[in-house]
Design a protein around this ligand. Structure first.
Ligand code: NAD
Ligand code: WQD
Length: 337
C-alpha cells in the first residue's frame, strides 16, 4: 500500500517524499506542477535510490482521483497541494478558495468514496490569527485570519473536523507549520520560488548569491528585542519527519487532531541575517523598509503537544538551517532551472 502525496513535487512535499522513501514507504505523487518542477522528484529518486511515481494532475480533477483511488493501492494521503502566497491571495481570493478549499473537498469526497480514511493536512500557524497570544498553543481559539490564504486553511481545518465528527472511520491530522526553511543536507533539493521571493530566507539566500541587490527589512520598530519581526523557523527536514510521525499516529487516533510543528522559539529578522552571514562567510546588504501590511510583530509555537502525542521534536538548529539553505542556493543559483 502506498501513501498518496498531493503537491509532492513542491518544497515541503519533495523533502517529505524523500523521508518516506528513505524509510521504505511506497509513494505516489499527484502534482499539477503549477509551482514545482519534476526535476525535484528526479533528484529525490537519485538520493533515495527509489523512484516515486509522479502523476501530473490536479486535485480538482475528480475522475483522475477516482481512477487512482479505485486501484486500492492507496492507504493514506498527505495533502500539500495548494496555493501559498499570502499577498497574491488578497488579489486572487477566488483562486485560493477554489484551489485550497474546493480542491480539498474533491479530494475528501473521492477518498470517502474509495474508503481511504487517513489524511494529513498542511495547515499553518496563520490560522491563529492576529489576536492570539504567544506562544501559540493548540487549545487557543483559531480564527481572525488576515488573508484569504489563511482563511482557506482555517476553512479546511473546520471541514476536516466536521467530516471526522460525521464519519467515525475518517481520521485526519492538521499540522500547523510555523516558518519552514532550509534544505536537504545534500544540497540537491530545496526551496525554488518563482520570481522575487516573498519569504525571508529565500530572499536572503538570493542576496547572498548575487541575484538580488539587498534585503529589505520590513520594519525595525516592532515591540521586539531589536525591533524586527520574530518568527519560529523550522528546518524542512524536521518538518518532513513530523509528517512521518503523524502518519504513524493516524491509525492510533480517532477523529481529528491539530498539532503545531515549530521549534518553540523565535528569531528576529536581524538574527536571521547574522546567522546567514556566518554560514556564507560574507556580509549582506540590508536596508530598513516600512512594515509589510498584515505582518505580526512576533509569534512562535508551543510545540509540546506534538512532542507528547507524536513523539516529535526538532533536532536541527539555526546554524544547520542556514548552512543547508546556503549549500542548496550555491549549488543551484537558479533553482531547478
Ligand atoms: P509549494 O508551492 O512548493 O508546494 C505545493 C505543491 O502543490 C506544488 O508542487 C504545486 O505545483 C502543487 N499544487 C498546487 N495546486 C495544486 C493542485 N490544484 N493540484 C495538484 N497540485 C497542486 O509549497 P510548500 O511550501 O511546499 O507548501 C506545501 C503546503 O504547506 C501548502 O499547502 C502550503 O500552504 C502549506 N504551508 C506552507 C508553508 C511555507 O511557509 N512554505 C507554511 C505553512 C503551510
Ligand atoms: C518572516 C519575517 C517579515 C521578507 C508567511 C505566511 C505564513 C507561512 C509562512 C504559509 C517577517 C520579514 C520577510 C523580506 C523581511 N506560509 N521579512 N523582508 O510572514 O512569517 O509567514 O510564510 O502558510 O502563513 O504568512 O514569513 O518569511 O514572509 O517573513 O523583513 O523580504 O521576515 O516581515 O517578520 P511570515 P516571511
Amino acid at each position: 500500500m502506498a501513501v498518496l502525496v498531493t503537491g509532492g513535487a513542491g518544497y515541503i512535499g519533495s523533502h517529505t517524499v524523500l523521508a518516506l522513501l528513505a524509510r521504505g514507504d511506497e509513494v505516489v505523487v499527484l502534482d499539477n506542477l503549477s509551482n514545482a518542477s519534476a526535476e525535484s522528484l528526479r533528484r529525490v529518486a537519485r538520493l533515495s535510490g527509489k523512484a516515486p511515481r509522479l502523476i501530473e494532475g490536479d486535485i480538482r480533477d475528480r475522475q483522475r482521483l477516482r481512477d487512482l483511488l479505485a486501484t486500492g493501492a492507496i492507504q493514506s494521503v498527505i495533502h500539500f497541494a495548494g496555493l501559498k502566497a499570502v499577498g497574491e491571495s488578497t488579489r486572487e481570493p477566488l483562486a485560493y478558495y477554489q484551489n485550497n478549499v474546493s480542491g480539498t473537498l474533491v479530494l475528501l469526497e473521492e477518498m470517502r468514496r474509495a474508503g481511504v480514511s487517513q489524511l494529513i493536512f498542511s495547515s499553518s500557524a496563520t490560522v491563529y490569527g492576529a489576536q492570539a497570544s504567544v506562544p501559540y498553543v493548540e487549545t487557543a481559539a483559531i480564527g481572525g485570519t488576515t488573508s484569504p490564504y489563511g482563511t482557506s486553511k482555517l476553512m479546511v481545518e473546520q471541514i476536516l473536523r466536521d467530516a471526522a465528527r460525521a464519519d467515525s472511520r475518517f481520521t485526519a491530522i492538521a499540522l500547523r507549520y510555523f516558518n519552514p526553511v532550509g534544505a536537504h543536507p545534500s544540497g540537491e533539493i530545496g526551496e525554488d520560488p518563482h520570481g522575487i521571493p516573498n519569504n525571508l530566507l529565500p530572499y536572503i539566500a538570493q542576496v547572498a548569491v548575487g541575484r538580488l541587490p539587498a534585503l529589505g527589512v520590513f520594519g525595525n520598530d516592532y515591540d521586539t528585542p531589536d525591533g524586527t519581526g520574530v518568527r519560529d523557523y523550522i528546518h524542512v527536514m524536521d518538518l518532513a519527519e513530523g509528517h512521518l510521525k503523524a502518519l504513524d499516529a493516524l491509525p492510533r487516533q480517532a477523529g481529528y487532531r491539530a498539532y503545531n510543528l515549530g521549534a518553540g522559539r523565535g528569531y528576529s529578522v536581524l538574527e536571521m541575517v547574522r546567522a546567514f552571514e556566518q554560514a556564507c562567510g560574507q556580509s549582506l546588504p540590508v536596508t530598513i523598509k516600512a512594515r509589510r501590511d498584515g505582518d505580526l510583530a512576533a509569534f512562535w509555537a508551543d510545540a509540546s503537544l506534538a512532542d507528547r502525542e507524536l513523539d516529535w521534536r526538532v533536532s536541527r538548529g539555526l546554524a544547520e538551517m542556514m548552512a543547508d539553505t546556503w549549500r542548496w542556493q550555491q549549488n543551484n543559483p537558479h533553482g531547478y532551472r
